[in-house]
Design a protein around this ligand. Structure first.
Ligand code: ADP
Ligand code: MG
Length: 404
């Protein structure tokens, strides 16, 4: 999965269409309010790519989706607050367009000079975006000479601005390449999914096992060991015939879990102790019991200390670790220790030279909350996209880019 990047092509004097991820949280859903961006992490994250292209003498046409608008009438999802913030962060004027494509946009794009920046309206204001409509894709490609995709979080969607546009750009002889953010995601997650170094240990947790069966199967295929924690572990404990009390168990996934246990043998490692409580609340009293003695009427909300040391032993010497899914309900401080302690163990492994890759929205949030995000080798910015990568799937937004 060696994809061409912005550093591999010449963009001097060219118009570059950049698909960015400016899907940021906003201060209000009421279009009558003065809506502002409440967290500009994603805009900041795009700056290295944008500044590089500007330094190279390109003219930039930026596009992104924002929220889930039903139509262009949904003005609360207009890109104006994003343009405002981008202008401040780049310290350059940003010309905000009120359409995605059309005569006004084409005229403005044609007049755009090297070093200038234009931001198109929310791509989802066009009904053709989610349908990957070839006409919309062609109209987008028509605006520029080169296409850059830096929106990893949308790469698992075959939309006009992520997939079709690349096809249209290539048809007219333009390059289609990855930005810095996309390049980093492909390098970290692509390696884990395709040609991992060994020993490779995968860690799975979180809530929904049924959504992640394919992921566990692929990990069992590629990794030497798969450690299971979090809510997901309960379904496996049940599959082993153990009492799980009122813990989160997906009954319809128990048979699958049995099958995985049978095929994987001791390469699938389950918790040996868990932190239990009476009810799903932040201040419910916590108690630690062995995983084979969860009392009826109690629920397991975290892994216990013995499980942590078991996992730490299994992780020793790993060259690569991929982690998806919190080890417990980390949103409640009393049940966060398993997740945070595991994050500390992983930070220690990075110090010893291991590659540690984190995927999944809640897992990334947990690592940030633990204050350990910059100590990991890579924390993916894409929730669903990172899971599909680890499943070994080809993402349409990545497949669409030029090979190196
Ligand atoms: P990700 O977004 O990283 O892929 P998931 O969405 O699968 O992760 O799971 C995250 C959620 O799992 C968190 O909200 C967390 O509270 C929940 N969770 C973790 N352990 C348990 C548990 N033992 N019981 C119930 N929920 C749990
Ligand atoms: Mg999640």
């Amino acid at each position: 999965m060696d994809k061409q990047t912005i550093e591999g092509i010449d963009v001097r004097g060219k118009k570059v269409l950049v698909r960015v991820d400016f899907n940021v949280p906003l201060s209000s859903k009421d279009p009558a309010d003065l809506i502002t961006v409440t967290d500009d992490t994603r805009i900041n994250a795009a700056l290295p790519t944008l500044n590089y292209l500007l330094d190279q003498g390109a003219a930039l046409i930026l596009c992104s989706h924002l929220g889930r608008p039903k139509s262009p009438e949904d003005r609360q999802f207009a890109m104006d607050p994003v343009a405002e913030r981008l202008q401040v962060l780049l310290d350059r004027p940003v010309q905000k367009m009120d359409q995605v494509v059309g005569p006004q946009v084409s005229a403005a794009a044609a007049a755009l000079q090297s070093g200038e920046i234009m931001l198109l309206e929310n791509t989802r204001f066009e009904s053709g975006e989610k349908k990957n409509d070839p006409e919309l894709a062609a109209a987008l490609a028509e605006l520029a000479d080169v296409y850059v995709n830096d929106a990893f979080g949308s790469a698992h969607r075959a939309h006009a601005s992520t997939a079709g546009v690349a096809q249209a750009m290539r048809a007219k002889g333009g390059a289609c390449v990855a930005g810095y953010l996309m390049g980093k995601e492909i390098a970290a997650l692509g390696t884990a999914a395709q040609n991992p170094p060994h020993p490779y240990v995968a860690i799975m947790g979180g809530a929904k096992i049924s959504d992640k069966i394919k992921l566990i199967e692929n990990l069992l295929d590629k990794a030497d060991l798969v450690l299971i924690g979090g809510g997901m572990a309960n379904t496996f404990l049940r599959a082993k015939g153990l009492e799980t009390g009122t813990s989160l168990v997906e009954e319809e996934a128990v048979a699958e879990a049995e099958r995985l246990l049978a095929t994987a043998g001791d390469r699938l490692v389950l918790p040996v102790d868990v932190v239990i409580t009476n009810e799903f609340t932040a201040d419910a009293p916590a108690d630690t019991v062995s995983a084979d003695s969860i009392p009826a009427g109690k629920m397991a909300l975290d892994i216990g200390p013995e499980t942590l040391s078991l996992f730490t032993n299994k992780l020793a010497g790993a060259k690569l670790v991929a982690w998806n899914g919190p080890m417990g309900v980390f949103e409640f401080p009393r049940f966060a220790e398993g997740t945070f302690a595991l994050a500390r163990t992983l930070a220690g492994l990075v110090d010893q030279g291991a590659e540690v890759v984190i995927g999944g929205g809640d897992s990334a949030a947990a690592v940030h909350q633990a204050g350990l995000a910059d100590q990991m080798s890579h924390v993916s910015t894409g929730g669903g996209a990172s899971l599909e990568m680890l499943e070994g799937r080809t993402l349409p937004g990545i497949a669409a880019l030029d090979d190196k």
